[in-house]
Write a protein that binds this ligand. Structure first.
Ligand code: MTE
Length: 304
């Protein structure tokens, strides 16, 4: 008898949910993740970073229910509701382009690349709200160095995992998917740029970009691409989703800049989630001492 395995059929399609959840848990244990492949699992051995702000952190409840993740709906509370069943294990990240050895890494290999740190960063959305989030991750530079990009690699391009079956609301998002983003190589290598796997001591909730996302604290939040499935080293500036959707409103650089207004609203002020009065927005989101040098000689009104 020939048993045919249908193409595209997933384990979850043929197995009762309780069984596959247990099996996933077992597999995660087998590859050394413990149960860290699941949203809301404690991450052990995290050191505290000197690069953290001492500003008051935004409560966990707000960080995890006030989100932008258009694949799971456009309302702020939609991702927390609609991303609960999103499968983030097993997970692989394809490394490709201008790199010594293109390869596919599993999440376990990524997690082992560098010690995990807690980085409490200001998080400023282009919609003029902000938060303070205790992210967990390691500098993206650690991964880039291990992957050995070639001398032609001038940019790093990122792509989110996309599956219209798991993300049926994406069709109403008004954005082209999969979501893509990019950084110049020196921005990607900057010690503040974080490859993030958790927040508040735990693995990332799905709505915050499990299992792996980018955090670039001096840029608007949309540079922080979620659920990364591909990292490509390129010679030319890669596309970014919000720029593709509306080039007049969203540029490649997207540095937080109180003196460059969004065409439809001011960027001079912001509302810190949980606070009543608005705050003044600070150039480079307050990280200017560390990052302004990356842009010396550039007109940041043109390169917004
Ligand atoms: N990544 C993907 N794949 N899809 C998205 O819609 N939204 C971006 C960014 N990353 C988005 C994404 C935007 S607009 C912001 S402000 C941040 O995620 C929000 O991150 P947070 O929900 O963890 O605060």
């Amino acid at each position: 008898m020939i048993i045919r395995v249908e193409k595209g059929l997933r384990y979850s399609d043929v197995t009762p949910r309780a069984d596959y959840v247990n099996r996933r848990r077992f597999l995660a244990g087998a590859i050394g993740l413990g149960s860290a492949a699941w949203a809301g699992t404690k991450l052990p051995g995290i050191t505290k970073s000197r690069l953290s702000t001492d500003e008051k952190m935004t409560p966990y409840q707000d960080v995890t229910t006030y989100n932008n993740y258009y694949e799971f709906g456009t309302a702020k509370d939609a991702p927390a509701v609609n991303a609960t069943a999103f499968r983030t294990s097993p997970w692989t990240v394809r490394i490709e382009g201008e790199v010594a050895k293109p390869q596919v890494l599993d999440l376990d290999a990524v997690m082992k690349m560098a010690p995990l740190e807690e980085r409490i960063y200001r998080h400023r959305c282009v919609e003029a709200w902000s938060m303070v989030v205790p992210w967990i991750g390691f500098p993206l530079a650690a991964l880039i160095q291990k992957m050995a990009p070639t001398s032609k690699a001038k940019y790093v391009a990122f792509e989110t995992f996309f599956d219209s079956k798991q993300m049926p609301r994406a069709q109403y998002g008004g954005l082209p998917f999969p979501y893509v983003e990019g950084l110049r190589m020196d921005e990607a290598m900057h010690p503040l740029t974080l490859l993030c796997v958790g927040l508040y001591g735990e693995t990332l909730p799905n709505q915050n970009g499990a299992p792996l996302r980018l955090v670039v604290p001096w840029k608007y939040g949309f540079k922080g691409i979620k659920s990364i499935a591909r990292i490509r080293f390129t010679e030319k500036m890669p596309p970014s989703t919000w720029n593709l959707a509306n080039a007049g409103e969203y540029g490649f650089y997207s540095n937080v800049n109180p003196s460059v207004d969004h065409p439809r609203w001011t960027q001079a002020k912001e509302r810190r989630i949980g606070e009543f009065f608005k705050r003044d927005t600070v150039m480079f989101n307050g990280y200017g001492d560390q990052v302004a040098g990356l842009y010396s000689g550039m007109d940041l009104r043109k390169n917004y």
